[in-house]
Every structure is written in structure tokens, then in C-alpha cells.
Design a protein around this ligand. Structure first.
Ligand SMILES: Cc1cc2nc3c(=O)[nH]c(=O)nc-3n(C[C@H](O)[C@H](O)[C@H](O)COP(=O)(O)OP(=O)(O)OC[C@H]3O[C@@H](n4cnc5c(N)ncnc54)[C@H](O)[C@@H]3O)c2cc1C
Length: 333
């Protein structure tokens, strides 16, 4: 149910390069992992500077692609995440970035200091890497959750709201994603949306709270932690840890993201609070490896996980990588 429409075409390599993939890895100056705002911005700066760039990503637009209505990206009063990703992608391709939809399995350092990227869409050798791998949804970890995935259990209200018209749902979470998700469900005409926070406050922007309070089909409940999800074929009831329960048709867990750091860890990148540790130039501790966006130690505060902050870090990472590549060239002469 979630996200399938957000996956890009199966292949985006030109015919000639497809043949190269079969005969051996394609060589580029820079490899960028991530098709979210951080990766796409990094690709824009890098390819405009004249270096060759391959950009790989699984989910088109990253988490941004899940946002139905973005109204805090400068220059656009209102735009959907997918529309914004389309514009960013068109811009990077105009300057020569090769965009590939696929999952990166491993990145290994090779003896000459370059990096070998292995993905389900081919292999690539690059001189520098930018990791802009963002995050994936966090789970509630309660009985019934896994059992009802796709049968009422969802992790993206903005993606799945349309399936819950005239239904009663619980949205768990206190941040912007829970807020915009509740509003999306209200927009499609869900009968009742119980927006629940496990504490006595909400962490999202105030404007969303004001809007939710104006909607007659949204009820905000504080100090409510889901303990169990019950049903037969589909979800029928949610039990809370305070002993109360609600009869519902769906549950949306909008409780934040887990940083995608596995590729970085395998490469020897140091972490800080579970995020890729970077310096002011977005350099990691591994020479030639840069990081940008939500997955970095610059964005510890969840409120800062925004498109604007990701694009900013994408810019800095690209400038760092360009300088690194120029340094390599100078050494060779
Ligand atoms: C529902 C929702 C609504 C939001 N609304 C707003 C909003 O209105 N305004 C705002 O500013 N922010 C919003 N955000 C937050 C914003 O989307 C994120 O802060 C931003 O997308 C982070 O960008 P990023 O590029 O760092 O990472 P992401 O967007 O998470 O992108 C990560 C990319 O890395 C790729 N990737 C990871 N691992 C691999 C791998 N092994 N192989 C290949 N690819 C890989 C993913 O497929 C993806 O393409 C919202 C988020 C959500 C979930």
C-alpha cells in the first residue's frame, strides 16, 4: 500500500551505459547515494561544476516525496514533494548527472583510493562519495503492528489517506509528519481522526496545531501510547497503555525516522548520536566520503529535519567533494 507509486522507473541508464554495466563498472568522478533533497542538491552543484556524477536512490524524492503539500520551501507557496523532486531531478539531469533508480548494497574502498559501488542496477567506480541516505520510518513495536501492515497499519498518512475516507483512524506521533498526516486524512474525509501524542505536548509547528483544532473531524489526545493493535482481517481496535481503547479502522505510525547509516558504517564512517559525524565542510572521517541531509550529525534536532536544511547541507557536501576532487587532480600532475 505504501510508497509503491513513489518508486521510479526500473532503469534510467542510457543504452550505451547499460552495455557498459554488463561489461564492467561505469567510472565517474562522484557517486551520490540518495534521491532526496540533499542528494539532488549535491548533484546540482557537482554537475554544474563540470565533474561527472552518478546519483543512485531507491525512493524517488526520499522522504520529501511523501509530502503532499509543502508550503515552507522558498519560492513555492504550495507544492507536492513529488512535484518538487521532479523539478530538482530535471535540473540535475540538465547539467549531466546520471540518475539511477536502485538500491546500493555495498560501497568498498579500492586500493587506488577510489570507491566501488555495487547496486541492483549495476556497479560503479567513483573517486568520491556523498552519502545522503536520509531515514526510514520508525515502528511502534507493539503486538499486532506487523500483522496488520497493509490491512489498516500504515507509516505514511499522506500516501495512504485516500484509503481511509469515511473511516476512523488513529495517528500516532507529535511531529510535523503526524500533523500533516492528520490534516491529509481530514482533507480526504476520514470520519474521525484521533491524533495521539504519547506526551502532554505536540512537537510540530504551531500552525499545524491551529489548523487541526479548526477541523471538526480531528480530535487531539495527549498522553496516549499505543500498547496493542487488534482485529480479525483488518484493524478493529487499538489499546492504549493507560487501559483505554478505541474502535478504529486504521493506525498511522508517524513517529519519526531511523537514519540509514548502514552503508556508512560498513565504510568506516564514524557516527555521533547514531548519525554520520561530519565537520563544517560535510566531510566524514573517511577521506573522499562526504555526507549531507537528515542523516548527518548537523541535524540532531528532529525539528531541523527539513528540506531547506537538507538542500543546504547538500550544497556544502558538493563543494567539499569538488575541492577534494580538484586536490586529487593536482596531486596527479
Ligand atoms: C510525510 C512527510 C512530510 C514532510 N513534510 C515536509 C515539509 O512540508 N517541509 C519540509 O521542509 N520537510 C518536510 N518533511 C521532511 C523532509 O522530507 C526531510 O527532512 C528531507 O526529505 C530529508 O532529505 P534527505 O535528502 O536528507 O533524505 P531523504 O529525503 O530521506 O532521502 C534519502 C534518499 O536516500 C535513499 N537511500 C537510502 N539508502 C539507500 C540505499 N542503500 N540505496 C539507494 N538509495 C538509498 C532513499 O531511497 C532516498 O532517496 C516531511 C517528511 C515526511 C516523512
Amino acid at each position: 500500500m505504501i510508497n509503491m507509486l513513489l518508486l521510479g522507473p526500473t532503469e534510467d541508464l542510457e543504452e550505451e551505459e547499460e552495455k557498459d554495466v554488463k561489461s564492467g563498472p561505469i567510472e565517474k568522478d562522484l557517486g551520490i547515494i540518495g534521491l532526496g533533497p540533499a542528494g539532488l542538491t549535491a548533484a546540482l552543484y557537482a554537475s554544474r561544476s563540470g565533474i561527472s556524477v552518478i546519483e543512485l536512490g531507491l525512493e524517488y524524492g526520499g522522504q520529501m516525496g511523501l509530502a503532499m503539500e509543502i508550503e515552507n520551501y522558498p519560492g513555492f507557496e504550495m507544492i507536492s514533494g513529488i512535484e518538487l523532486a521532479d523539478k530538482m531531478k530535471a535540473q540535475v539531469e540538465k547539467f549531466g548527472t546520471k540518475v539511477v533508480y536502485g538500491e546500493v548494497a555495498t560501497i568498498d574502498k579500492v586500493d587506488d583510493g577510489r570507491f566501488h559501488i555495487k547496486s541492483d542496477m549495476g556497479e560503479f567506480i567513483v573517486k568520491a562519495i556523498i552519502l545522503a541516505t536520509g531515514g526510514r520510518h520508525r515502528e511502534l513495536g507493539v503486538p499486532g503492528e506487523k500483522e496488520f501492515i497493509g490491512r489498516g497499519m500504515s507509516y505514511c498518512a499522506t500516501c495512504d489517506a485516500a484509503f481511509f475516507k469515511e473511516k476512523t483512524v488513529v495517528v500516532a506521533g507529535s511531529g510535523d509528519a503526524a500533523a500533516t498526516g492528520s490534516l491529509a486524512l481530514s482533507d480526504v474525509g476520514s470520519k474521525r481522526i484521533y491524533w495521539t501524542s504519547r506526551s502532554d505536548y505536540l512537537k510540530c509547528e504551531k500552525i499545524y496545531i491551529d489548523r487541526a483544532k479548526d477541523r471538526e473531524n480531528i480530535t487531539i489526545l495527549y498522553n496516549k501510547q499505543i500498547a496493542e493493535i487488534k482485529g480479525t482481517n483488518t484493524i478493529e481496535e487499538v489499546l492504549f497503555s493507560d487501559g483505554t481503547s478505541l474502535k478504529v479502522d486504521g493506525v498511522f505510525a508517524e513517529i519519526g525516522a531511523i537514519p540509514n547509516v548502514e552503508l556508512a558504517v560498513a565504510l568506516g564512517v564514524e557516527l555521533e548520536e547514531g548519525l554520520m559525524k561530519i565537520d563544517d565542510d560535510c566531510r566524514t572521517n573517511v577521506a573522499g566520503v562526504f555526507a549531507a541531509g537528515d542523516v548527518t550529525s548537523k541535524i540532531v534536532n528532529p525539528l531541523m529535519r527539513q528540506i531547506t536544511t537538507s538542500t543546504g547541507l547538500g550544497t556544502i557536501a558538493a563543494l567539499g567533494a569538488i575541492e577534494y576532487l580538484q586536490g586529487l587532480k593536482t596531486k596527479q600532475h
